[in-house]
Design a protein around this ligand. Sequence first.
Ligand code: CDP
Length: 218
Amino acid sequence: MEKPIVIALDGPAASGKGTLARLIADQYALAYLDTGVLYRGVAWLLLEDGNDPNDAALAAKAAKNFDIEKIENADIRTRKVGAAASVVAANADVRAALLEFQRRFANEPKPGLKGAVLDGRDIGTVVCPDATVKFFVTASADVRARRRWLELSPSRPTLEEATVYKDLVERDARDAARDDAPMTRADDAELLDTTHLSIDAAFAAARRVIDGVTRRCS
Ligand code: CDP
């Protein structure tokens, strides 16, 4: 069997990874996993039970028993869940419990698909260090806050852009500073700064890189 294609996209909050990952998955017939959902899911389950995401033992237990179906209809995109996700994500036992699922997703493509795209913070460095192509997707904090605010404000009309900015900066700092699997650009990751790029332009840039690499490999 041919080796699956694995595309890794890492980067800070609201940098455009998810949008790009979906477009790449469609274009190249790949499955897509938003790995942030796993951390947000564990955080949501803890908050739902009235538990503190800083409680390391409880967070580890929630991650070990994690089942994606349990959060199917959960509202995991809130500010509160985002912040709690980055707290549980700094817990090494939580990360270890979620690793196997991510690796299996990457390496065992569903029938009819050629591989997978995963987006997160540590895909190119820890989850899939041998990924076919790696990107580190970034953008200025101002632009990322504006994008996330535009995304959230229709359902939360009182939300202020400055609040979103503060949340993102705090979360990025925690994600980059943790000891286990910190958010960082892998040495062999292509840097994609989307500050001044439209979605189409960012997708075109990503395609050029992917086509170049997959041509060389085939
Ligand atoms: O969508 P957004 O960029 O806001 O974040 P997300 O991808 O949903 O991730 C939420 C949080 O989960 C991040 O702030 C990280 O703390 C954590 N995370 C992680 O540590 N490792 C990953 N591979 C994915 C997410």
